[in-house]
Design a protein around this ligand. Structure first.
Ligand SMILES: N[C@@H](CCC(=O)N[C@@H](CS)C(=O)NCC(=O)O)C(=O)O
Length: 189
């Protein structure tokens, strides 16, 4: 979310909601998101938007430049496809490893370490697949940086807490792509 907003050069205020302090489970926060999940966009008039991609799409329409979701039907479809791949094939399994095996969640949720291990193996296969894809183009969805690169980079960086990392000797194209996205100034937002 922060990277997307930085790419758009949009000014906004942040309210930190600390998961470690269960601040996302308070009654006040649940009025904004009954699912107790972050992020939430709150507009000056009090309207609330949840789900990162819904928020990004709303920002894209309010601030069209630079375009990050595609500028014609084919490009929009390509970016949608790759963004969904990034969410479903990387972010979701990586977050399941974290939730089901990391000590942060001990005592907070019911964990299934076997499932975490299955997801680790699944992610490794997904890295193999992306290695081939990224041998053919510099960015996830084609020849330019898009929201799909942001989603994929966030997913992979999130993997570090669970010791999921790209190994440059095994996946050189994936590692080169990751370096390319990480070198953008907005990646530190
Ligand atoms: N699909 C949601 C996922 C939201 C989500 O899982 N957020 C995490 C933090 S990045 C969270 O709030 N976790 C708290 C919890 O699971 O209790 C989105 O994209 O906004």
């Amino acid at each position: 979310m922060r990277i997307f907003l930085a790419e758009k050069n949009v000014a906004y205020d942040t309210i930190e909601v600390l998961i470690a302090n269960a601040a996302h489970q308070t009654e006040e926060f649940r009025r904004k998101n009954p699912l107790s999940l972050l992020p939430v966009l709150e507009l000056p008039d009090g309207r609330i938007l949840r789900e990162s991609m819904a928020i990004c799409r709303y920002i894209e329409e309010q601030f069209p430049d630079p375009n990050l979701f595609g500028s014609d039907a084919w490009e929009r479809a390509q970016i949608e496809m790759w963004n969904r791949h990034a969410e479903l094939e990387l972010l979701w399994p990586i977050s399941q490893v974290f939730r089901n095996s990391h000590t942060f969640w001990n005592g907070r949720i019911k964990q299934a370490p076997d499932f975490a291990q299955i997801m680790r193996e699944h992610i490794s296969l997904r890295f193999d697949w992306l290695e081939g894809e990224l041998s053919r183009r510099p960015w996830m969805a084609g020849d330019r940086f898009t929201v799909a690169d942001i989603t994929a980079m966030c997913a992979i960086d999130f993997g570090k807490v669970s010791d999921i990392r790209i190994k440059a000797d095994v996946h050189p194209n994936l590692a080169a792509w990751h370096k390319r996205v990480s070198e953008r100034p907005t990646s530190k937002a």
